[in-house]
Design a protein around this ligand. Structure first.
Ligand SMILES: *[C@@H]1O[C@H](CO)[C@@H](O)[C@H](O)[C@H]1NC(C)=O
Ligand SMILES: *[C@@H]1O[C@H](CO)[C@@H](O)[C@H](O)[C@H]1NC(C)=O
Ligand SMILES: *[C@@H]1O[C@H](CO)[C@@H](O)[C@H](O)[C@H]1NC(C)=O
Ligand SMILES: *[C@@H]1O[C@H](CO)[C@@H](O)[C@H](O)[C@H]1NC(C)=O
Ligand SMILES: *[C@@H]1O[C@H](CO)[C@@H](O)[C@H](O)[C@H]1NC(C)=O
Length: 428
């Protein structure tokens, strides 16, 4: 049922080194930086990167991350499920790029990886090999969901909990326990969202964008896009993690949630939890960095009663659709991408003000979708558009946007194409 094939062929994984590693940097500075990163595990380069091919025979592609941050050939492992495409509301055709209208189509928790199968309404779980993290072992059969068209998945290693967001006719959030031995248990009843969607859904507006846990993992959040043209308000949904009998009987994600539409937001998309400051500045709050496809990005404060406010807002005047976000530990800033513009924009995690821009137009990609960070590197996926091939841009941002260097443009020809979605890394 599952197919795991090694893709070592340099033809399949032909990559173009657009510039030498750390081009323009004195050698000494480069090696010092890498040594510093090694002394701090949260900053050391991860050693595998994953994304979803999201083809009819869905698969997770894994690439090796070298110690200099560059990518090289890895493996491709079938999920046992089917990928799919939403329908692009402006053309009536299968949506590409951004086939799923989402961030986090796959995610890593501990040494497990979870991926959605939008075409078969399941979530697949894999064990990541610590000695070779490009090697993935499927854990049982894909687990069935009570909703339609899963596009995003979150997992908490702390709680052994996996939650998926579905955005078809049965839209909402469902969670299941997982364990290293037993794989994914039964998904619980759908926490439904009344989006009036179809199978497949028509987007990108009026769809579920992302599910994620906050930094302290006591709340599960979902971002849901509104549709400004239809006066349809997007929202941030929150579901507390409940400790049963004080935690002695494990935890569950509350069946009851709250929805808030932070004033000034409309099309909330990719989100990253900010570290819990513990200063209680906005009540018992979680802080979240979230993109909004209608203007740029915002820093949100979410209170324990489900209320949410905009703490800061960054508007990108020339943007097309700012949808995906990553936080970089080395710069202490956020980077966002736009499916219609080939660049990274660096923003403040205090108030989402724009700090700089990395122009990547030289790579020829039409725009970028899901992205992630490891050490001082940002990895951003371009699924291409069927004419241009899929690729990942590897950008060293240790000096911030102004000094950022494209270190590699890794072509995915023969591995994945315009349907690909999601990106995640594993640190051994
Ligand atoms: C590692 O880096 C993180 C993020 O910058 C920092 O919070 C932490 O204190 C560092 N740990 C050590 C041991 O230097
Ligand atoms: C949109 O909804 C708001 C709040 O319900 C309402 O005040 C406003 O009149 C509506 N606008 C349109 C164009 O329907
Ligand atoms: C803050 O959290 C604590 C512990 O969860 C709770 O007892 C308290 O009522 C919360 N305060 C507010 C203002 O929400
Ligand atoms: C936004 O935050 C940055 C720090 O990240 C600060 O320098 C700037 O003054 C802030 N801007 C506003 C308008 O608060
Ligand atoms: C794909 O993107 C390239 C580069 O932006 C562009 O030249 C081409 O016209 C696009 N093709 C389609 C089918 O949109």
């Amino acid at each position: 049922m599952y197919s795991t094939k090694r893709l070592a062929s340099s033809l399949l994984f032909a990559f173009i080194l657009s510039a030498g590693p750390a081009a323009g940097l004195p050698r000494g500075e480069e090696s010092k930086s890498i040594a510093q990163q090694k002394s701090n595990s949260s900053q050391s380069p991860a050693n595998a990167l994953y994304f979803l091919t999201n083809e009819a025979q869905n698969a997770v592609a894994a690439l090796k991350i070298n110690s200099d941050g560059t990518l090289s050939a890895g493996s491709c492992t079938g999920t046992g499920g089917a990928g799919s495409n939403g329908i692009d509301g402006s053309t009536g055709q299968p949506a590409v790029p951004d086939a799923l209208f989402s961030q986090s189509a796959l995610t890593v928790a501990g040494n497990h990886l979870f991926a959605v199968n939008a075409g078969s309404n399941t979530v697949s779980m894999f064990a990541i090999s610590r000695s070779d993290p490009t090697s993935l072992k499927p854990m049982g059969r894909p687990a069935g969901l009570p909703g339609d068209f899963p596009v995003t998945v979150a997992a908490s290693a702390k709680h052994g909990m996996v939650c998926a967001g579905t955005t078809g006719a049965l839209a909402g959030v469902s969670c299941a326990r997982f364990s290293a031995k037993g794989g994914i248990g039964e998904f619980d009843a759908l926490r439904g969202f009344d989006l009036g969607q179809s199978n497949p859904p028509v987007g990108p507006t009026n769809t579920v964008s992302q599910v994620f846990f906050n930094d302290v993992q006591d709340t599960l959040f979902a971002t849901v896009k509104g549709d400004p043209a239809k006066n349809n308000t997007g929202f941030l949904a929150s579901f507390p993690v409940l400790r049963q009998n004080g935690g002695t009987c494990g935890v569950s994600v509350s069946a009851q949630g709250s929805m808030a539409s932070p004033s000034g937001t409309a099309v909330l998309f990719g989100a990253r939890p900010l570290p819990d400051t513990g200063d209680g500045s906005a009540g018992n709050s979680s802080r979240i960095f979230a993109t909004d496809a209608s203007f740029g990005a915002a820093v949100l404060g979410a209170g324990s009663q489900g209320q949410a406010t905009v703490l800061g807002k960054g508007t990108l005047a020339d943007q097309k659709a700012t949808c995906w976000a990553t936080l970089n530990d080395v710069t202490g800033t956020a980077f966002v991408t736009d499916v219609g513009i080939n660049r990274l924009v660096e923003m403040s995690v205090e108030n989402a003000s724009v700090l700089g821009e990395v122009d990547l137009s030289a790579t020829g990609d039409p725009g970028l979708i899901d992205l992630t960070s490891s050490g001082s590197f940002v990895y951003a996926l371009s699924p291409g558009n069927g004419t241009t091939s899929a690729a990942i841009s590897v950008v060293d941002v240790k000096g911030g946007a102004e000094e950022a260097k494209l270190v590699q443009h890794f072509q995915l020809t023969g591995v994945a194409g315009k349907n690909s979605q999601g990106i995640a890394v594993f640190h051994s």
